[in-house]
Structures are given as C-alpha cells and as structure tokens.
Design a protein around this ligand. Sequence first.
Ligand SMILES: [Zn+2]
Length: 476
Amino acid sequence: MASRPNILLIVVDSLRADALGCYRPGVESTPNLDRLAREGVRFSNYFSQSSWTLPSFATIFSGLYPWEHGYFNHRDYYRGGNFLSAGQENGYDVRCCVAFAFFQINFNLPRLTAGSVKKNDLADAAGYVERLVGSRDRRTPRLVFWHIGSCHLPYFTEEQIEPTDRIGSLFQENIFGGFSPSPRVPGTLLPLFSKVFRHPLTGKICRQLKNAEKLKKPFHGMINRWGGERERTVLELTAEINSGRMKLTPEEIRRLREAYSYSAAVTDQHLAGVFNRVKNAPGREWVVIVTSDHGEELMERGVFWHKTSLYQSIVHVPLIAWSSGGREGGRVESAYRSHVNLAPTIMELAGMTHRRPGYSLGKGFAPPAGGEDGPVICADLRSLAIIRPPYKLILTAAADIDYNDFSSVRLARTELYDIEKDPGENNELSSGRTELVSGLKRELIFRIKGGDSSSHALTPREQRRLTEELVSLGYL
Ligand SMILES: [Zn+2]
C-alpha cells in the first residue's frame, strides 16, 4: 500500500484549547500551531474523554471509552488495544517519544525513546523528532507519536522566583542552562547544587547529571531557584489551594495563568523545526495531528491543575490536523468529536484493516453516514459528563464510581450548562429543566452500561519506579 501516509501524532500534555491563538482570538504566542491550523483543519468542538493523563491516553490509544478500558489506576498495566502496536503489525515504522517515563511501564509502547526525554528535554525531543521526520527511508511509512510535557505543572516562567515565594514551586526554573545543549554543568551552578545536596530528589538529578556528562549528552536538569528540587511541593500546594486552606491572591492567580501561557508559547516555539521539516519532507505524504490529553483548570472555579473535574477548561482540547497534501486549507470543523474518534481515524488513514478485541469499533472524524452524531461522553472515577450540543450535563458522584455496578452510583451534584451560549459554564440550568436532565442522564447510563475492565499487578521494582515518577509529577 504505497499510498499510506506518514503520520505524526503530537499530544501536548495539559494543553487547553483556549491557550492557542487559533482557538482564542487575541492570543498571539502560538504562531506555529496557529499556522498549522490555517493550513489544515481545526476541530473547534473537540474533547478529551477524561481529566488526566492515564485514562485519557488509554482512550487515545484504543478509541475506547474510559469505562470500557477501565484504566484509571497507574498501578495497573494497560492491556487494551493500542493503534501504535497495530501500526507496527501493519508495516509502519513506529517510533514513540515521550516526556514521562510512566508511558513505558503503563502502556508498553513500541520503539519507545524510553523515559530519556523528559519535560526538561524539550529541545532534545524536538531534535529527535526532527531527525525521525527527516529520515531518508522512503520505503516504509512512518508513524511517530510525540508526547510533550512542557505545559504540565510546574510551569515554565520568565519570572525570577524568590525563595520566600509561597507559590514558587508551581513554577520551574532551568538552573542548568536553558535549552542550550551543553554537556557540562556551568561552574557557577555548582555551589547551588551542593547546597541542595541533602534533598532526596537531588540525588536523582545528581546521578542523571553525572551520567549525562559521562555520555557527553546534553542535559537540562531543572531545580527551583531557591535551592531544591521540590516538585513534591507542587502537590502539597495544589492540595492546600484546592481545599481552600490557602487562598491565592489575584496577583498570584495572574502569575499562574501567565506562566501557563508562557509554557504553551515555549512549546509552540519548539514545534517550529518539526513542522518545517515535515513541510519540506520529500516523497510520501505526511499527516500531522496535534491534540492534548486534557486541559488545565487555572483558578476559574477556585481550583487548578487537572484530574479535578470535567468542566470545559479540562475537557475542551485542541485538535488540529494537517496534511502535506494540503487539502483542508484552514477549514474549521465544528462537529463535536472526541478522543474516542482519534484511533479509528488514524487506523483508517494508515490503512490498518484488522481489528482485534481491545480496539474501538467506533467512528472516526467523518460524520456518520445517514445517522446523527452521538453525544460526547467524558468519564472519570468521580464524575461523568454528556454533551448533546448545546447542552452539557455533568454528574458528580459522592464516591468513586464502580463502572461494573453503575446502579450503585450516588450522585452528589447535577449540573447542566449551555456550552454554546455559556462556554465558561457560569449559568447552571438544571433547576426547571427536569425533563432535559433526566433525558441526558438516561442516555448517559444507557451508553455506559456493559463496560469491561482488566488489570495486572506490577512487580515490586516496577511499582517503586512508577511511584517515584508519579510523586515527581505530583500525582501521589
Ligand atoms: Zn496529562
């Protein structure tokens, strides 16, 4: 099948749709993604199925709904289908480049650049993907998956963070020399480094640094300015803020949002080279798809981070598709689509014909022939949402939802919004709309019933490694 295109799927972790200029007029810090949208197709109503990385990626890879893959726990292996493995089985040269090492343990991705490309190595990762895209092999179609962690908390900032800054650990500063690939630690940083030597995580940085020096490999370790790699504090602070124990000032909220936008801008800058390479690649057509696994709450409702809710700030994510065939020319697709449609779309594009258990049998991005679009459904352990435009119903449970026994769900809150008139979800409409609410609830329950889940225990070694990483990312 000579006509099968090369495919590059870029998933920018924690990137809200409205962080991009093409989704929010007035934002001017994402020119490369905006240009890609102008030359390709942009889905204006696109959603992630869940509020955080793990269940969302299980859906991205399989095209299954969260209650179908049942994958909410990072202590389990993901055993379901993965279009990347399918690509490999179907003759694609599949390469994966990820920012967080837990992909390796959880998802068993083929040809993974294993955990060596972390958040701090964005320039290295971009260089690696540029080389993949520019590869001379024209005979084998390529399928490249690039997960980018640079919009994930802690954010990049241009600010000088003072040691006394009570929200300083929400930002991260590159102590070891920005993005310039230097194999050595600048001497001036050594005193600072020794000052923080006692911190347990600093030992890790130290080992990575020595290893990088030995291999003469660029290293971009980041520690917070006041002298400690204290990412754990990100979680402590998040918990304090989200529980209301710490109240952020308007100025702190502004700084938080500014750093988030800056992180999106830095990410966008690093995409320029890859897009350039793809646009000038001779031979086989390239299809580039850019999306995110979930958005981010930035104190719109008094909380921040993700894994928090199914509001628009969390589930409304970008989806830009571009092809070197250039057929779309800036079209904006307003049909409601979500990550369950992504794997089927890619599998179809790649001419992957076989379907195995564990893959979605669902629909791609194209509208269903002769039928109406189904609703978008998002699901977490504590909340569910169904979107039948213009309405969105969000159900919040009193305890974790057992998707095998859905009848036992106890609801703590029911919210109804008109997301077309009120995208900020400020006007809750459920009272007085009993019929609409119960209709949406019925449809939601009808679609969720019949799910399945599987799990597999990790070995103690894998468990330790994973726990370490999740702590450093702030999940534990
Ligand atoms: Zn994520």
